[in-house]
Write a protein that binds this ligand. Sequence first.
Ligand SMILES: C[S@@+](CC[C@H](N)C(=O)[O-])C[C@H]1O[C@@H](n2cnc3c(N)ncnc32)[C@H](O)[C@@H]1O
Length: 174
Amino acid sequence: MRWSHLIPTPSKVLDLACGHGRHAHWFAQRGCQVLAVDRNEEALADIDRVQNSNIKTRCVDLETGSWPLSGEHFDALVVTHYLWRPLWGDLVQCIEPGGWVIYETFSAGNEQFGAPKRADFLLKPGELLNVFKDFRIVCYEEGQLDCPKRVVQRIVAQKCEISGLELSASPLKS
Ligand SMILES: C[S@@+](CC[C@H](N)C(=O)[O-])C[C@H]1O[C@@H](n2cnc3c(N)ncnc32)[C@H](O)[C@@H]1O
């Protein structure tokens, strides 16, 4: 909510591992076209029941097989409370140049407070900064929150219109 004014409307938004779609609903009521994906059919059915024409749901398992959204691109990617590291490359590439990522999940240190505790599900210090290092970072936060006590990382960042790779691939002129 704090940063969603950065996402223009109408925009194509991907709510990845959306659960019951709290962010899908938020962006849909702002006028975005949202694709909400999750493997939980019941959660997706709850979203469908609301019959918001701005939200489409898709049931996918993000952790088996190849990236299920191959060839699809989004103006914004929203991910909260979900981490599956093999997807990093696909998440970066599914964002349109000039598009945005809003990502928040649990970070190392959260294990002292409760689930998730497994290292696989906890970001390493600075990990979101590293994954989105070629983006224009608008906000990055890492630390402990209260009520409930938890340790998180958050990033809001914009994919550059011209990637570093394209820049370095340009022929140099004397
Ligand atoms: C903690 S919930 C977060 C839901 C939502 N992003 C939110 O913050 O309210 C994690 C979500 O990840 C989904 N998930 C876990 N593993 C998944 C997988 N392999 N493929 C797709 N979704 C998955 C779960 O079904 C669940 O809805």
